[in-house]
Write a protein that binds this ligand. Sequence first.
Ligand code: SD4
Length: 330
Amino acid sequence: MSEISRRSFIKMSAALGAAGSIVPLGSALGKTGSEKMMKDNPIAISTWKHGVPANDAAWKVLSSGGSALDAVEQGVRVPEGDPEVTSVGYGGYPDEDCRVTLDACIMGPDGTTGSVAFVEGYKHPISIARKVMEETDHDMIVGEGAEEFARKHGFKKVDLLTEKARSGWLKWKAKMSDDDDWLPRKENHDTIGMLALDAKGQLAGACTTSGLAFKIHGRVGDSPIIGAGMYVDNEVGAVAATGRGEAVIRVCGSFLVVELMRQGMSPQEACREALERIVEKHGGKTDFQVGFVALSRGGEHGAMSLVKGFEYALAVDGRNELFKAEYIIE
Ligand code: SD4
């Protein structure tokens, strides 16, 4: 597709809603993206299919009157601990040196944040991030410092490399070529980002990942960066990102979506506008995926990606289902 026709398609799909490719947001739950929820009606929304079991754990917290902050932490711990999920926590694909390095961040309704990046040997970076948030006056700790911090706070060191992830790495290694750019596009972009609104109308968010599979050792993506991989403003809404972190960082993706919501856009419109910004920043050429989930303080949700394939899980009214997100580029 030429750059001009790609731009026209984006504009057209913005107008038409990319007909034919969409499962209407929230339709199976009897909600629409534009419907306002009552404050005492909790919601959890998260990225990808492992968002469903994550939402189940979050819902347990929310439905018993717990906080959005506890809900998102408990929620994302589920894929973090699942060895079958190769893009988050234990079982995540390693980097090019066959080392599993994890990134995570968390943010509460009062604007406090905690983040860790480039952490090895701990299954639940989200809980280390929460400790950073609650027990230090720092926002982000990385690498060996974060590992030492985790050890001192009683987290147990484990080997995160599963046989499945190691054999994925071996296959990747076997087919490496001079053309390899260390960024396999289709293999691993399933970070979990989760947003929750609790019965008191408080918002929180969490994001956790093993990052791009086979990345350069030391590479950190958007996921642990507050404002890129995730952002919460309790007066406006919360947003989390997934996909090619470098592209999300360049537009401060999650912060951008929140700011667009502050200007009056719906969560869905704001996700679309931010994705269009990413396309523009890349000169109209995007051969990668980025997806956003967004939740307004009134309980309205949005979810959208650059290209087909992004799914999100929505838990509301005791129901928890997976939906296909709208996308902007064919
Ligand atoms: C990163 N955004 O490290 C992450 C990767 C990912 O779904 O897969 N997100 O760039």
